[in-house]
Design a protein around this ligand. Structure first.
Ligand SMILES: Cc1ncc(COP(=O)(O)O)c(C=O)c1O
Length: 379
């Protein structure tokens, strides 16, 4: 009938079942999205020219000029080493389908965005988790990484900056990951969708591209550029591997949409690209300050390792309630949505996205504080 061994994508399942129609949606991972009009104005798009776009099947691996622009972001990459996909989501799925063979294992860090791991599990591959250390600011446990990687490791999956912690890998951590991968000939699959959302400075998180031969980089315009509804992402890698991914892309989606490619081309060209990143960083910085101020109203209940990037904070709470029950009460009683830590395999946490207009953020946080008061008072 159906494949009962299927493992759902637990974060995305939670989101797609709860997020529509909620008044205070703090579950998104990107910044407040742009309107089409906002993008047209910011990028100086010629609307008359846009209206002449033929709604034909686009070039399947991605419009040439868009692939040229993307390749230009990665020193030494060629346009033939770029595949344009339906979001980073499709890119991640293609990578798992392309690289993994029976008996291979995949090494992932927890908590993370569990897409490569979920795909790997559904393909029947072993997933080896390396727990990040919260007391060290969600640092990598170097010894655990060494123990996890062996000669059947095909992929070391990295989300950098990470979802849900917002942590950016240190130079030393990057070097450890490269050396572990090189030791066994594994691929580093680096999901870099949050590069460009740095909270503490304007230096973009360095890509893994160029750090060793076996690297595949995944990215999209969903997060740092605030354009998730265009569903436009990409994969960068060695040309032969990109060709193999392209063959799977023909099965999965044929191509990203023509209009999305047109608009992505404009959004990624300078100066639009820098302006979009500056907008994201602005929203992220004020949003985080409001979040910490509001969470301080209940002393000793909430704590958070400040995210170095992204709109998200992975907030620890000290309340007598499980994270799933906390999120569901918040949704049902207060019309506020956050993602329970359980969806990332970590209890007593929730993921909160704060890169939103300030009034809306404060009003929703007041409701979260109301529920916190109720729980503390045994209600
Ligand atoms: C780390 C990570 N990768 C990929 C995605 C999917 O993004 P896209 O909208 O580009 O498909 C997300 C979305 O939350 C994410 O957090």
């Amino acid at each position: 009938m159906i494949n009962r061994n299927f493992q759902p994508f637990r974060v995305e399942q939670f989101l797609s079942e709860t997020e529509h129609g909620v008044v205070f949606n703090f579950s998104e991972s990107g910044v407040h999205p742009m309107s089409l009009q906002g993008l047209v104005e910011l990028a100086g798009i010629d609307l008359d020219a846009l209206l002449t776009t033929m709604i034909d099947y686009p070039q399947v691996n991605g419009k040439q000029s868009l692939r040229d622009t993307i390749a230009g972001l990665y020193p030494g990459a060629s346009a033939d080493g770029v595949l344009v996909t339906v979001g980073a989501t499709e890119a991640n799925t293609l990578v798992a389908n392309t690289l993994l063979e029976p008996g291979d294992n995949v090494v992932c860090f927890r908590p993370t965005y569990e897409q490569i791991s979920g795909n790997a599990a559904n393909l029947g591959n072993e997933v080896r988790w390396v727990d990040l250390i919260e007391s060290g600011g969600w640092a990598i446990d170097a010894e655990a990484l060494e123990r996890a990687v062996d000669d059947r490791t095909r992929i070391i999956h990295v989300v950098n900056p990470n979802n849900p912690t917002g942590r950016i890998l240190t130079e030393a951590d990057r070097a450890r990951i490269v050396s572990a991968a090189e030791r066994v000939g594994a691929w580093i699959v680096s999901d870099e969708v949050y590069a460009g959302t740095e909270r503490e400075g304007d230096t973009e998180t360095p890509s893994f591209w160029g750090s060793t031969d076996r690297v595949l980089v995944v990215n999209s315009i969903s997060k740092a550029y605030g354009l998730p509804g265009l569903r436009l992402g990409w994969l960068v890698g060695p040309e032969d591997i990109i060709q193999h991914c392209w063959r799977r892309h023909e099965y999965a989606s044929i191509a990203a949409s023509m209009l999305s490619m047109e608009l992505a081309d404009k959004a990624l060209a300078e100066p639009a690209r820098s302006k979009l990143k500056a907008r994201a960083r602005r929203l992220i910085r004020t949003g985080f300050d409001v979040l910490t101020e509001e969470l301080a109203r209940h002393q000793g209940v909430f704590s958070v390792v400040p995210p170095q990037a992204s709109a998200m904070s992975f907030v620890r709470f000290n309340l007598p309630i499980a994270s799933e029950a906390f999120s569901m009460r918040l949704l049902r009683e207060k019309d506020v949505l956050v993602i329970p830590g359980s969806r990332f395999g970590v209890e007593n946490h929730f993921r909160f996205s704060s890169a939103l207009p300030e009034d809306h953020l404060r009003n929703g946080l007041a409701k979260l504080n109301d529920l916190t008061g109720d729980i503390l008072n045994g209600r």
